[in-house]
Design a protein around this ligand. Structure first.
Ligand code: CTP
Length: 423
């Protein structure tokens, strides 16, 4: 059963070049069990034919507010009530502007006004149009009204420019929608605590020690865990990433802050995934005033930070503990040593170097576990790697019996079996 099983989605397609990706999005949503009704704007028909959407969705496309046959089958108000989600992908600048002003002069805008379901938009347009204050004001207004913004991503655009405004890829949109709506999945009822990003260790009020971690891998793992039905808490160091849908985020700065937040959030956690690049050292005496330069060299006295991962693994009733290892050489040997030394259930190792992994969208992992087991994942986009990693974590978690032990210690109040609470 997919994580969108039984969910009903209206997919609004508007007239942008990214509409060529929307049939693939329909397929991704249906693969996860959703029923998809496509509603096209007049502009969308310039890019993709209704027959394509009919073939992939298994339903006749609706594109006309005044279509007697369509209205007789399911009137627009009925259609608006039918949906659990109205997703507009791609959402053009014009569609966003019309939704923001509450227009209802075609079927899609009418549905956006008439629905009480969740509404999500995946903008797609040229970078200058996206950055325009009019578009930004319209988007801000829609967000204020509870519309969920999915993307846009950045990169090469159909117009030949590079920048923000690309529609997110169908595979990523599929995962985000699952996170938004999904309650099913192998981790339903389970709490997953994830750390991500770098930490910053203060030297003085204007300087700090940090590292090149972007947090992308941890955020992708958080989205994947949410899509698998888990309650997800994401403890994040300083990163510039949007919070994945449905995930609770706790922002921290230093290793000490992260340690405090993790210990605070740990009760009730069944799986702990430590993707953060936590600083191993911090200035022993951070100062309150800016350090002024002198002619002589400056010595910084550094002291060790707490190893948060090892601290979690040492808890008497610990969750299933997953660590990461960033290595420049002898990846497998170092990772296996870390697995044993920190007493982990599983470790995901990657090779890092000047041009590898950090700040990148792609990654490849070597995953190791206790009885000598190993599995490679990738290379591929971090979103996909995260999903595969999560599937492996769930498999190992079940095999080690931790899941069963957790389930046997707790009974749901309504009598249904529930994954239990480890404190
Ligand atoms: N970690 C942690 N707290 C720290 C340092 C690291 O929780 N103070 C976690 C990271 O989140 C990661 C794992 O430990 O999951 C491995 O971190 P890494 O820095 O690669 O390994 P170390 O054990 O610190 O060894 P070394 O730096 O010598 O490679």
């Amino acid at each position: 059963m997919g994580s969108l099983s039984g969910k009903k989605i209206i997919l609004g397609v508007t007239g942008g070049i990214a509409a060529y990706k929307s049939p693939d999005l329909v397929r991704r949503l249906r693969e996860q069990g959703a029923e998809v009704q496509v509603v096209m704007s007049a502009g969308a028909r310039q890019f993709v034919t209704p027959i394509t959407f009919q073939a992939v969705s298994g339903r006749p496309v609706r594109d006309d507010l005044w279509d007697p046959a369509g209205e007789a089958a399911m009137g627009h108000i009925e259609l608006a009530r039918w949906a659990d989600l109205v997703l507009v992908a791609p959402a053009t600048a014009d569609c966003i502007a019309r939704a923001a002003t509450g227009r209802a002069d075609d079927l899609l805008t009418t549905l956006l006004l008439a629905t009480e379901a969740k509404v999500a938009i995946a903008p797609a347009m040229n970078r200058v149009m996206w950055a325009h204050p009019a578009t930004q004001a319209n988007v801000a207004l829609l967000r204020e009204r509870g519309v969920v913004l999915l993307g846009p991503g950045s990169g090469a655009q159909a117009c030949g420019e590079t920048g923000a405004g690309r529609m997110l890829e169908p595979v990523e949109l599929g995962a985000r929608v699952a996170a938004l709506l999904g309650t099913e999945g192998p981790l339903r009822g389970c709490r997953v605590l994830i750390t991500a990003g770098p930490t910053r260790e203060r030297i003085d009020p204007v300087r700090f020690i940090s590292n090149r971690s972007s947090g992308k891998m941890g955020f992708a793992v958080a989205a994947a865990a949410r899509a698998a039905g888990a309650e997800v808490v994401l403890v994040a160091g300083p990163v510039v990433l949007p919070t994945p849908e449905g995930v609770r985020r706790v922002d921290v700065e230093s290793a000490a802050d992260m340690h405090d937040a993790v210990l605070r959030e740990l009760p009730g956690t069944q799986i702990y995934i430590s993707t953060a690049a936590v600083a191993d050292y911090r200035p022993a005496q951070p100062v309150d005033r800016k350090i002024k330069k002198t002619e002589s060299a400056l010595d910084l006295d550094l002291e060790r930070t707490v190893d948060i991962l090892a601290a979690v693994a040492a808890q008497p009733q610990r969750p299933f503990v997953v660590g990461f290892a960033a290595e420049t050489n002898d990846v497998e040997m170092h990772a296996r040593q870390k697995l044993t030394r920190k007493n982990l259930d599983l470790i995901a190792a990657n090779e890092v170097g000047d041009d590898k992994v950090f700040e990148k969208d792609d990654n490849a992992l070597l995953v190791l576990w206790r009885d000598g087991g190993r599995q490679g994942i990738g290379p591929g986009p971090k979103t996909l790697i995260a999903r595969e990693l999560l599937a492996l974590i769930v498999k190992r978690w079940r095999e080690t019996g931790a899941a069963a032990a957790a389930a046997s210690t707790a009974a749901a109040p309504h009598g249904l079996p529930q994954l239990g609470i480890v404190r």
